[in-house]
Design a protein. Structure first.
Length: 258
């Protein structure tokens, strides 16, 4: 069981879960978006957890769709390897016809030190025909001329990000799921993603794993490291950006919070 195998497994599982979600969308249609979203969450979670149980039986799993008891299981924190998954990131967008900004997240956290680290991960963007993986990290785009573009939530962009954009002369770009937002940084659609409205580990583990492997900046909005497999999986804020822009963004965030 090598690290390289884990890269491939993360990518294969995320891509296959995405294909199953596309098939579900096609089969069920969009007449009942609530039922479609529920089915997507359930079916993707079942596929991923069953696959990991079979292929990595000694590893633990932290899933958005897991039960409260599973999330609080002390064996997870004691484990040396934990898969952190979001079976359907951007459930709202998945249930809307024509939207492609939803994703599947599969990441592996390993106890390589006291804090541990993300060692493999993949983000599938099925409706975009794209899977980003730590096995073959994307090449970061060069910073473009002109105003910086910051990805934000479609429905609830934090007010401080509006102030940050005004302060540094940036434009806000609404995108659906967190995985789609971070992927947009890696593919050049935007230069940064800033969020402080509340999230959990599964919202960012896989895209952060890919971002770090690609050489992007990823941290809390105060510049401190993102840590995973914590007792409380809340991870309320995040900054992902092209590396050269991180100092400007962190300085701007400090100024907004003064």
């Amino acid at each position: 069981m090598t690290i390289r195998d884990d890269h491939a497994l993360a990518a294969d599982l995320a891509a296959e879960a995405g294909e199953r979600l596309l098939a579900l969308r096609s089969r069920a249609g969009f007449d009942d978006p609530v039922a479609l979203r529920h089915a997507g969450d359930h079916e993707s979670h079942a596929y991923l957890t069953e696959s990991l149980s079979r292929l990595r039986p000694s590893d633990r799993v932290l899933s958005e769709e897991g039960t409260r008891e599973e999330r609080l299981d002390p064996r997870r924190q004691a484990a040396d390897r934990v898969w952190i998954i979001d079976p359907l990131d951007g459930t709202r967008e998945f249930g809307e016809k024509g939207r492609a900004d939803w994703a599947v997240h599969v990441a592996l956290w390993q106890r390589t030190s006291a804090a541990g680290e993300l060692v493999a991960g993949a983000v599938a963007l099925p409706a975009q025909g794209l899977t980003l993986s730590t096995g073959a990290p994307p090449v970061l785009p060069a910073p473009r001329e002109g105003r910086m573009r910051i990805a934000v939530s479609r429905t609830r962009p934090p007010e401080f990000v509006r102030k940050l954009a005004y302060l540094i002369g940036a434009d806000l770009v609404p995108i659906g799921s967190a995985g789609a937002k971070i992927a947009a940084v890696l593919t050049g659609e935007v230069e940064a993603y800033v969020h402080a409205g509340g999230q959990y580990e599964w919202d960012s583990a896989a895209p952060v794993a890919v971002a770090l492997a690609a050489g992007a900046h990823a941290s809390r909005i105060d510049g401190s490291p993102l840590t995973y497999n914590q007792e409380n999986p809340s991870l309320p804020d995040i900054l992902v950006s092209l590396p050269d822009l991180a100092p400007t963004l962190l300085a701007g965030i400090r100024d907004v919070h003064r």
